[in-house]
Ligand binder design. Structure first.
Ligand code: PEP
Length: 249
């Protein structure tokens, strides 16, 4: 099976000096991480600086988004090609992108195909709102998000999925490990149905939503949870280092 994956999503937080401080602390930390892949996703503006600091460490760098077109008249946007100079990975379809910036499943599919073209790992985020969960639609929503995002390709080599229930993101109310495992196992089955060549076994499925150093072990002990996408707890380097150390390898 894959290494555990811990991904830090700084969102639209930090200044340049915060980014330098956090990256330097992480790069200097003596982390015994042979069996964990750690990816740091700073704001796009700081990718070059964070890349400079982390380039000789084992930590990888990711972007939080790309545009769905390859290049052109898209003022203010950032392309897959641009980030590919600094990043291994890109987060796609985060619920904040879907809800606030109205990204559709089709946009996320276009971004996934572009990310592949530029040899980037894609972390495709899926998850239901509280209303969808309470009305029993969570699995239907998540399977639609996955099937749409993965359209037009059967090459799932550079794919990771993050199950992030919207109601658990930034709220301090994480899903139970049992509910998270149940959905991550369902996600693996959905991918198995799409591609029967045992690829689903090797696709890292992460849980995200109020993960911290106190609850990380509960999630990474689960059979179908291969790591975590971490927002708030990744902004404090001491807390994030603690979280990494507690991750089941
Ligand atoms: C996220 O940004 O994807 C996230 C899960 O945030 P938090 O850890 O703060 O809930």
């Amino acid at each position: 099976m894959n290494k555990a994956q811990i991904v830090a999503n700084w969102k639209m937080n930090t200044t340049i000096s915060d980014s330098i401080n956090i990256s330097t602390k992480l790069s200097n930390a003596s982390l015994d991480i042979n069996n964990i892949d750690i990816t740091i996703c700073p704001p796009a503006l700081y990718l070059a600086q964070v890349h400079q600091i982390l380039k000789n460490s084992s930590l990888k760098i990711g972007a939080q988004n790309i545009h769905s077109e390859e290049e052109g008249a898209y003022t203010g946007e950032i392309s897959a090609k641009m980030i590919s100079d600094y990043c291994d990975t890109v987060i796609l379809g985060h619920s904040e992108r879907r809800q606030i910036f109205k990204e559709s499943n089709q946009d996320i599919n276009k971004k996934f195909l572009l990310a592949k073209k530029f040899n980037l790992n894609s972390i495709i985020c899926v998850g239901e709102t509280i209303q969808e969960r309470e009305s029993g639609k969570a699995k239907k929503i998540v399977s639609t998000q996955i099937l749409s995002a993965l359209k037009s390709t059967s090459d799932f080599n550079k794919l990771l999925i993050a199950y992030e229930p919207v109601w658990a993101i930034g709220t301090g109310k994480a899903a139970t490990a049992k509910d998270a495992q149940d959905m991550c196992s369902y996600i693996r089955n959905v991918i198995t149905e799409l591609n029967k060549n045992n690829v689903a076994e090797n696709i890292p499925i992460l849980y995200g939503g109020s993960v911290n150093s106190e609850n990380i072990e509960l999630f990474t002990q689960q059979k179908d949870i291969n790591g975590a996408l971490v927002g708030t707890a990744s902004l404090d380097p001491d807390e994030f280092i603690k979280l990494i150390k507690k991750t089941k390898q």
